[in-house]
Design a protein around this ligand. Structure first.
Ligand code: CIZ
Ligand code: SF4
Length: 312
């Protein structure tokens, strides 16, 4: 067996020994997804974490996702293979500035995308993901004004979809802002029968070129249900592995990034800070662990649970 295979076997053994589960985000590398008990997007992973009976949850994803897992199931030990696996979008919403912003608009209902820190969640009325953002916004009475943070691209898309005016925080995801519209249109000329599909964290000009816009699991679902054969996918490139695995007969092409990098597509460097080696080591030594103050967990759980109640 290969080195990877040997390490994967060791992870599987440790999981049994320690009654641990590995929850992995779609953007993780294949070697990690192969040892995961569950692979999903942020909403699916949050639900899984909330229900988990395991003693240890190894969260192969980024920091805010592991925090969400801890908040929803505080009795479990939640481990993150690399504590530096952050998120440019979550980082774009710093708690002190955000507090000031919402204090300037005290009558507004505060809706935050799940890609933010636990502290931001404590200041929120509702949390949402891209799968349920419309539902969450539509549940807010029409006479209420809304603040939406931190993603301005998703916010802009939701304003168009729901027809609700919202005050937007000026944050964004570097991975979803990396797509080049010129290269994308060129690529589409090469594959004229391809459908362009995109995640709503992408910029407006990219979304305008897309025939379908949806969350991570929405994009996969769309390919499953579509008669089309070829897709150009504007989101983090890790998901292409899962699409190709589920739909081996379809042609799945990553949308091109502005800057040339190793994959000519867009990858999240934070997500890729986790590796199989770090995952093994973190499970073995039970560190690094996500530790949060009780008070923060209690307060942050409220807006997340409001979202979960709405999306059930
Ligand atoms: O899992 C998700 O819903 C997404 C879009 C994750 C991310 O961080 O971009
Ligand atoms: Fe954050 Fe963007 Fe990476 Fe998702 S893809 S974790 S939003 S930086």
């Amino acid at each position: 067996p290969s080195e990877t295979q040997k390490l994967q076997d060791k992870v599987q053994l440790l999981k049994k020994e320690k009654n641990a589960v590995v929850l992995a985000h779609y953007y993780q590398e294949p070697a990690i997804k192969q040892v995961a008990d569950f692979v999903g997007d942020s909403l699916e992973l949050a639900k899984r974490a909330a229900q988990s009976q395991a003693e240890i949850i190894v969260f192969a994803g980024v920091h805010f996702m592991a925090e969400t897992a801890k908040i929803l199931n505080p009795q479990r030990k939640v481990l993150l293979p690399d504590l530096n696996a952050g998120c440019s979008l979550a980082d774009s919403c710093e708690p002190k500035s955000f507090k000031k912003f919402i204090q300037q608009h005290p009558e507004h209902v505060v809706v935050t995308y799940i890609n933010c820190s636990a502290e931001i969640k404590t200041m929120s009325d509702f949390v949402c993901t891209s799968s349920n953002a419309e539902k969450v916004i539509n549940s807010i009475p029409m006479d209420k004004e809304i603040i939406f943070a931190p993603d301005k691209n998703l916010g802009d898309y939701l304003i168009q979809k729901t027809g609700r005016e919202m005050l937007l925080w000026d944050g964004s995801c570097m991975v979803h802002e990396a797509f080049s519209i010129d290269k994308l249109l060129d690529l589409h000329k090469k594959y004229p029968s391809a459908r362009i599909i995109a995640h709503p964290e992408s910029e407006r000009h990219i979304l305008r070129a897309a025939s379908y816009i949806g969350s991570t699991s929405g994009l996969i679902q769309h390919i499953a249900e579509s008669d089309w054969n070829t897709f150009i996918v504007a989101t983090e490139a890790g998901i292409l592995y899962d699409m190709q695995k589920h739909f081996p007969d379809k042609t799945i092409i990553p949308a091109p990034a502005k800057e040339n990098n190793s994959c000519a597509c867009s990858e999240c460097a934070y997500m890729k800070m986790n590796s199989l080696e770090k995952l093994y080591s973190c499970l073995k030594h039970e560190t690094p662990e996500i530790i949060l103050e009780q008070d923060i967990m209690k307060k942050a759980a409220l807006p997340i649970n409001r979202m979960l109640e709405l999306s059930n």
